[in-house]
Design a protein around this ligand. Structure first.
Ligand code: UDP
Length: 316
């Protein structure tokens, strides 16, 4: 039975990945400081014998006894609001945390998979974004703490691959949505769905002309699982190429929730990327992967989940 360590295991993606690994027959050790993760995302695994939770900040040495076959490094604040509030922690988990997670993989002879990000492309001047594009990132802007930490993490991962021969993989994750996102994490899906369900104004930043492409979480996790099994070490984009403006997206959510909410414009955050769409040619070729879930279906499931959790204090 393969043994996997998932850092950030109680976060949105980490907890879904943990579920998938358990389904694939793995034993899973989830490691999380609970800084932005939520233990409730793992509540359903309390009686699962192949699952363990370790409360630990991975910017400190990660001690795990016994063999480990995979290290999935998913720990990081991940919403713009979180990394603006936690700039040093974001830099530390992307740098020191990645170093420790790589060190664990090296010591155990484990495969390592880094959760990287479309933010590596910054405010891209190439569209759609291919893995070969080096990006347009402002290192000293407020988002730089996340973007540069992840870019450093990729550099460190390739160095461990080239120098220490660790079997590493890098996934560049594009905007993803689904159940278990924090209601108030500030990202656009929980923000719009929460506002629409409460009948509050929906806050579109700027003119809402900026674009994003949204992938449902089950599709994303499937791509990541496939990458963990593939013999491929360069970064791979995983995301859904369906691109919408943020205004169109607000309107879709309003329609799907049947909400009467108004749409109000708020200032555009500094360095907010103007357009984003993954080129998934590589994922198709190397992993035989492409997203399957239609936006409307994914949004319906997400809205249902938010509706059920709207007044749950532990979900804020
Ligand atoms: N956004 C918005 N209203 C909100 C939250 C976000 O218009 O209440 C916009 C934001 O400016 C960005 C897009 O939605 O252009 C996606 O933002 P998110 O925070 O989800 O993630 P990003 O893709 O910027 O990392």
């Amino acid at each position: 039975m393969p043994i996997s360590v998932v850092t950030g295991g109680s976060g949105f993606l980490g907890s879904h990945l943990t579920d998938r690994l358990l389904k694939e027959g793995h034993e899973v050790i989830a490691v999380d400081s609970l800084l932005t993760g939520n233990e409730r995302n793992l509540d359903h695994l309390r009686t699962e014998k192949r699952f363990r939770f370790l409360r630990h900040d991975v910017t400190k040495f990660i001690a795990v006894e016994g063999p480990v076959d995979f290290v999935f490094h998913f720990a990081s604040p991940a919403s713009p609001i979180d990394y603006l509030e936690l700039p040093i922690q974001t830099l530390k988990v992307g740098s020191l945390g990645t170093h420790n997670a790589l060190g664990l993989a090296k010591a155990k002879g484990a495969t390592f998979l880094l959760a990287s990000t479309s933010e590596c492309y910054g405010d891209p001047l190439v569209h759609p974004q291919k893995e070969e594009y080096w990006g347009n990132v402002n290192p000293i802007g407020p988002r730089g703490v996340y973007d540069e930490a992840k870019r450093f993490a990729e550099a460190m991962t390739m160095a461990y691959h080239r120098f220490h021969k660790v079997n590493t993989k890098i996934v560049r994750i594009f905007n993803t949505y689904g159940p278990r996102m924090r209601l108030r994490d500030g990202r656009v899906v929980p923000a719009f769905v929460g506002q629409a369900l409460r009948g509050e104004p929906m806050t579109v930043f700027g003119e809402g002309k900026q674009t994003r492409s949204f992938c449902f979480v089950s599709d994303l996790i499937d791509g990541i699982y496939r990458l963990s099994q593939a013999d491929f070490h360069e970064p791979v984009n995983i995301g859904n190429p369906l691109e919408l403006t943020i205004m169109e997206f607000a309107e879709r959510i309003r329609r799907l929730t049947g909400s009467q909410s108004s749409i109000v414009k708020k200032p555009l955050p500094v360095d907010d990327p103007q357009q984003r769409q993954p080129d998934i040619t590589r994922a198709k070729k190397v992993l035989g992967w492409e997203p399957k879930i239609l936006l409307e279906d994914g949004l319906r499931e997400t809205i249902q989940w938010f509706q059920a959790n709207l007044n749950s204090p532990g979900r804020a």
